[in-house]
Design a protein around this ligand. Structure first.
Ligand SMILES: Nc1ncnc2c1ncn2[C@@H]1O[C@H](COP(=O)(O)OP(=O)(O)OP(=O)(O)O)[C@@H](O)[C@H]1O
Ligand SMILES: N[C@@H](CCO)C(=O)O
Length: 332
């Protein structure tokens, strides 16, 4: 559970009094997420989400994130909308943290990802990429190559506490990524953290996307790679090619991927695996004492990285046709 900052009843009432939301009926810490402190806030006007932004969400980035959510609402992408106080301001302060109330999105994230979830995700991701094409604010990706090196430097000495040989693996992988990272693919605003717990479904239908706090400008295909890693592996670590094909095929129905983007996918997947391995490793080694949070397993992403490093790479699964179309053949 991620509640790093406790909010007293008095502070909460004074905070909510700045909005036209009526009185607070209840406020409970949310038992999910690792980045920020989230509360389900119920007022006389209904349910909302109260977020207090913690260490990794920089104050100066918040206008970009909130502006993006407002832009998405205008474009009809189902996602939370920041709520402004009576003074018209959405970004406020609570308990010494930047804080925002956003609208509540109904739905549940899928606990067991099925192929049909991946199909809908592919389409929603492509629609998101099209919807942000005219969003004018920008934010560089702080968690790309340079940021990975910085995270590695902070964790290298203790990396082998998590897995023997991890330090050498990461050093070699960062060198390989430096040599192979693409330079001129189509860019735009990406979600950059579209894991199953950030995609809501009502019944079997995708109902919305949340958690835009890693959104940034980067290669659009890198977002696809992040989703392949987050959605298309099974609990036993095996890659599910059916899910990946559905994700890609439905993405490409809305936003075609160029040959260059398809060719780059294996390296984008390795980069994405390295990115989440590094942040999970850092968080694992730097767990705040007493915080009500379950850190995510770094080794899960080490396994995904090893998969992408292996000869049975993505290319073998579906990037094998001359024209870049997905292949149906599974090279068993
Ligand atoms: N707008 C919303 N509507 C409904 N539920 C929400 C909303 N925003 C957040 N939640 C709930 O809070 C949980 C945590 O939110 P969120 O994913 O934004 O937190 P986080 O700390 O940034 O987590 P993550 O580890 O995914 O980065 C979600 O899984 C969801 O249950
Ligand atoms: N989605 C991230 C955590 C939130 O940044 C992970 O699973 O490592």
């Amino acid at each position: 559970m991620a509640v790093y900052t406790e909010v007293s009843d008095e502070d909460l009432s004074a905070f909510v009094a700045q909005y036209d939301l009526g009185a607070v009926l209840s406020c409970k810490g949310i038992a999910e997420g690792v980045e920020n402190s989230n509360f389900l806030l119920v007022t006389e006007r209904g349910p909302y989400i109260l977020t207090l932004y913690e260490k990794r969400t920089k104050r100066e980035d918040l206008p970009f994130f909130l502006g993006l959510m407002e832009h998405l609402a205008v474009k009809g992408v189902a996602s939370p909308l920041p709520v402004a106080g009576r003074d018209g301001v959405a970004l406020r302060e609570l308990c010494g943290r930047p804080a925002v109330i956003v609208t509540f999105l109904a739905g549940m994230w899928p606990r067991r990802v099925q192929p049909m979830h991946c199909a809908q995700l592919g389409e929603a991701l492509a629609r998101l990429h099209l919807a942000v094409a005219d969003f004018t604010m920008t934010r560089p990706n702080a968690l790309s190559l340079k940021g990975w090196h910085e995270l590695f430097a902070k964790s290298a000495d203790r990396a082998d506490e998590v897995a023997v040989g991890l330090r050498d693996t990461l050093r070699a992988e960062l060198d390989a990524l430096e040599a192979h990272w693409p330079t001129d693919l189509p860019t735009g605003v990406i979600h950059a953290d579209l894991f199953p717990d950030n995609v809501f479904f009502r019944g079997e239908t995708l109902s919305g996307l949340i958690d835009f706090y890693f959104a940034c400008n980067d290669f659009l295909a890198y977002d696809v790679a992040i989703c392949i890693n987050a959605w298309c592996f099974e609990i036993d670590g095996s890659f599910n090619a059916t899910k990946a094909r559905l994700l890609l095929a439905n993405y490409r129905k809305v936003r075609p991927l160029s040959r260059a983007e398809l060719d780059a996918l294996p390296w984008l997947c390795r980069g994405s695996a390295t990115r989440f391995l590094l942040t999970r490793l850092y968080d694992w080694l730097n767990r705040p004492p007493g915080a009500f949070v379950q850190p995510k397993d770094p080794v899960e992403y080490l396994r995904k990285l090893r998969f992408h490093q292996s000869t049975r790479s993505l290319r073998d699964y579906f990037i094998d046709d001359e024209d870049g179309t997905a292949s149906a053949a599974d090279p068993a």
